[in-house]
Design a protein around this ligand. Sequence first.
Ligand SMILES: Cc1ncc(C[n+]2csc(CCOP(=O)(O)OP(=O)(O)O)c2C)c(N)n1
Ligand SMILES: [Mg+2]
Length: 329
Amino acid sequence: MQQNLPRETLIEMYRRMMRIRLFEDCAEEVHRNGEIRGSLHTSHGQEAEIVGACMALRIDDYMVGNHRSHGHPIGKGAKLDALMAELLARETGVCRGKGGSMHLADFSVGSLGETSIVGSGLPVAAGAALGAKMQGSDRVSLCFFGDGASNEGTFHEAINMAANWQLPAIFLCENNGYAVSTPIATTAAVPNIADRAPGYGIPGVVVDGQDIIAVYEVVSEAVRRARAGEGPTLVEAKTYRYLDHAANMGRDLGYRTAEEIDEWRKRDPLLLFSRRLINELGVSADDLGKVDAEVADEVSASLEFARSSPFPPSVDAFSDVYGDRLANA
Ligand SMILES: Cc1ncc(C[n+]2csc(CCOP(=O)(O)OP(=O)(O)O)c2C)c(N)n1
Ligand SMILES: [Mg+2]
């Protein structure tokens, strides 16, 4: 355990992981009711790599997600109300209800957004890093992407350019083992995605994605390099998603066994971290129980807020979107 992290930081790490877990439990349930339309991709099991990486960033650093990105803004410190409202397509949502689960952006915490196009975030993150460098700021840009995305051309283009121009970027591969139902071992020629880093002349680091402190330390070093003008790092967090690829999708695809899921659940990031907090840092189970209860209240309040918010009026359908610009061109 990193002894020099203040107790409040460690508790905040736990709190943010629990926020993601309970926010997504709630979103799954509400999706089942039909109150959330379209697909919903949850990150149950991946909370440690999300929060460990986000907490190594400053709030004004940039962060880009993918299609599985409710947790990323939460990890960076976003408030839950406007995120839940966005999932329920309400006007009070982070994107005024027009983005939904797969297009969240929350500029208040540096979250530039997520999209459903696999691999599309990497060039965006490289662009944000280029912008930061050109402006002479010391901001860095972190991109979360999946193992599947690492086989897209955008992975190569963005990392090659970021490396060549020594941009302040961190490319974080959330290797959860699968792209929908395709095991990464069947589509990558190297055992680790991070093994590709030497081909771009940058460091590549593999980290246990279930260990929040290990992720925090690895990403902190990548952030230090980026801020110091030493260029990008490719980090690969080995992790796992417990639930279907998307809500109600994939259960019958038969690509993994119940035993495999059970094995990973034994290394649940919240379980591992709460044990460490209690055994190594003298945090009491009661203290953690209090955090759990506070987070549960926050999540319920966010759902209440979302449900009591209006849908965007139909006259606004074309405002704030690309068509609006065309109409006004
Ligand atoms: C360019 C593109 N190709 C395919 C898809 C369909 N698709 C959506 S999610 C996904 C899997 C992505 O896997 P990975 O990058 O490992 O992320 P994970 O879902 O595991 O978090 C695929 C193939 C898409 N949305 N965009
Ligand atoms: Mg994957």
